[in-house]
Design a protein around this ligand. Structure first.
Ligand code: AMP
Length: 209
């Protein structure tokens, strides 16, 4: 039997770095599931459940969902059979305790943590212009407008106010996971500025593809 090489990896970066867009492309290359904590939370909100209502309260202002809620949800998802041979985490871990909890839960070490770097000045423009269609495909009203007739919606937390909070949270809560992975010698830095195709090429290159 031929075994595909496993790839357990994390995409890290500020909001609007292109993690979602790039993850969707990379999972095709690596044949691994795309595990986005934000997508999982948005699905829960959409379901109208009690948990979804609580998540919505944290998310709509750009705040983080508490670690004690986030960690068990994501670890449960990673324990499912489709993640046995690898996964691409997008949006998790977002705090140092989440990174430590993931570390403890993993039977095998992570293969790579890729940091997509985009300066703060570019983020607000990228995010406030972001829209997605029903299937979740992401567009930008200026840089990648949806084709005529395609209906798109804006995320509740893609407003200027929420983006400002999300960026501040990124710097105070998420950036500290970078030295954690640097010390494990698995961190790779990729420039996230430029055309999405160019960024995809840089990411693949950094991952040896
Ligand atoms: P994202 O789609 O990754 O930008 O996530 C959207 C929102 O979901 C974030 O602004 C947070 O409110 C929440 N969220 C997603 N992932 C996490 C996480 N790992 N820890 C805490 N909150 C999260």
């Amino acid at each position: 039997m031929v075994h595909e090489p496993s790839m357990r990896m994390i995409l890290v970066g500020p909001p609007g770095a292109g993690k979602g867009t790039q993850a969707a492309r990379l999972v095709d290359t690596f044949k691994i599931p795309h595990i986005s904590s934000g997508d999982m939370f948005r699905a829960e909100v959409k379901s109208g459940s009690e948990l979804g209502k609580q998540l919505d309260d944290y998310m709509k202002t750009g705040g983080l969902v508490p670690d004690e809620v986030t960690i068990p949800i994501v670890l449960k998802r990673l324990a499912q059979a489709d993640c046995a041979n690898g996964f691409m985490l997008d949006g998790f871990p977002r705090t140092r305790p989440q990174a430590e909890a993931l570390d403890k839960a993993m039977e095998k070490p992570l293969d790579a943590v890729v940091l997509i770097e985009v300066p703060d000045q570019l983020i607000v423009d990228r995010i406030t212009g972001r829209r997605s269609d029903k299937a979740g495909k992401i567009y930008h009203i200026k840089f990648d407008p949806p084709p005529p007739g395609v209906e798109v919606v804006q995320r509740k937390d893609d407003t200027v106010e929420a983006v400002t909070t999300r960026l501040a949270k990124y710097h105070s809560e998420t950036a500290p996971i970078v030295p954690f992975y640097e010390s494990k010698k698995i961190l790779k830095r990729v420039d996230g500025v430029g055309e999405p195709d160019a960024v995809t090429q840089r990411l693949k290159h950094s991952l040896g593809k």
